[in-house]
Design a protein around this ligand. Sequence first.
Ligand code: GLU
Length: 554
Amino acid sequence: MSHQQMAELLFPDVAQVPEDIFSLYPARELPPEARVTRFAPSPTGALNIGGLYATLISERLAHQSNGVFYLRIEDTDKKREVPGGVENILQSLVYFGVQWDEGPFLSGEDVGSYGPYKQSLRDGIYRVFLKHLIREGLAYPCFCNDEDLNQIRQSQQNSKATPGYYGEWAKHRGITFEQTQEEIALGKPFVIRLRSSGSPNKKVIHYDLVKGRIAFPENDQDIVIMKTNGLPTYHFAHAIDDRLMGTTHVIRADEWLSSLPIHIQLFELLGFPLPKYGHIAPIMKLEGTSKRKFSKRKDLDGTAEYYKTQGYPGFALGEYFMNLINSGFEEWRTVNPQKAYHEYLISTDKMNSSGALLDMNKLNDTSKEVISRLTCEDVYELLYKWSKEFDSELFETLQKDKEYTLKILSIGRNSAKPRKDYAKWSEIKPMIAYFYDGWFEEDASSGYLHLDSIRMDQAQTIIQRYSDLFSLECGREVWFSEIQSLAADLGYAKDMKQYKANPEQYKGHVGDIAMVIRVALTNRNQTPDLYDLMKVMGNQRIVERMRRFMAQNS
Ligand code: GLU
């Protein structure tokens, strides 16, 4: 009876009981093997790369089993919340191609029947369960202020006892209804604590999806489940929400592993079935030859935003993460080069339990591979979208010269072995800038590349002669034989073999001639195939560039 009175005293406004809430959150109608997973970020800063990794695992586990993946915003810590935090996280997830079925969307809509999906909008629900625990004698109000807590800590230190609020040290464990009434009448703030029945001498055994079997001492701390502002703590909200939203598998960072005994206890006291948990180690960064954790403060590349700004396609990062999640992915990819990575089935028991390494070189290789499989139209669209946000100059050019750009991007793309040249969108402009007259002019105005092997007076002659004879219309063979004849005319070997047999007889070889042409046209000594490049540039531009070269070097 006194528990009942206490519950009414503390939560007079709460009329509902847990059954009322359960009826609003019926069990999901899903096939038995379907998994329900979630990503539950706190909007306290940028989405970090570890969060993205964990999210991808959760999303895959749900969708590969025809289940549901949802987002829940854990925003009960209002002090740590950053403005625009939720939108930022959602934008990053969209960029990286993570699709969620329920939760907040960028449109501002909350989708799904298990919401609201923001914890700050669920406090009415938490209060029903808080009242229930008080009514059952499983929780109690604690009026300790900082001073009281310090005193407890001090006494524990003096008597070398384990610190914390538990057992005989828990000052308000035995608080009566009358005492509570008095404290409330004085307007004293209070928290609600769980009345722990655990003992550190007993063990909880947990089978983690990633870490395997773990034995912990039971939780004996009377942890806070409601803060003085009436909002639940993370632990409590986690239990309520994951139960009501029907989560079957919780994949989260292993920093939460030490809280697991609390969570197991909470689910038990509340009479909820425990979801399966998989705790993943943080992604590691390679520094020199050693691995370390990403630092929130100094590692820009620890945020998802960094990869977006750099222009790694979202699906390239997804593809790379698949390699990190399960090493079997690589073999699958070799056998299935054309399939979307979503078709690969991940499994938690094959996951790296000690911290996967993010290796930039491998990420670049994966990204090059993935981009090489795209059509030039897709590359154009994605580059266009990216530049809109990150490179306005490039954006304008892409808008103005779409057809020309498509041709540039198609070089080396439509073959069985496409060029693997771009790892990220930010790399493309510097690599193709010379195709565009404005950027070429900017570059060449400070002079042409110096060619050691050829004297400039010869370069003049080569370009002069070549500008009169070149033709692109009759195909690659004719085009090349013209360069060869020009080489022979000017005292250069027609091919390498000829040159190597008698180098002293020649000024150089046909490759030197091609190099002079390349420099005149692009001011680069490395470009894609010269014939392809000239076809894209077109006669008029080629003639102008050769003229310019001769004028500058005369
Ligand atoms: N809000 C918690 C976090 O930010 C979620 C942990 C969990 O996934 O249960 O890490």
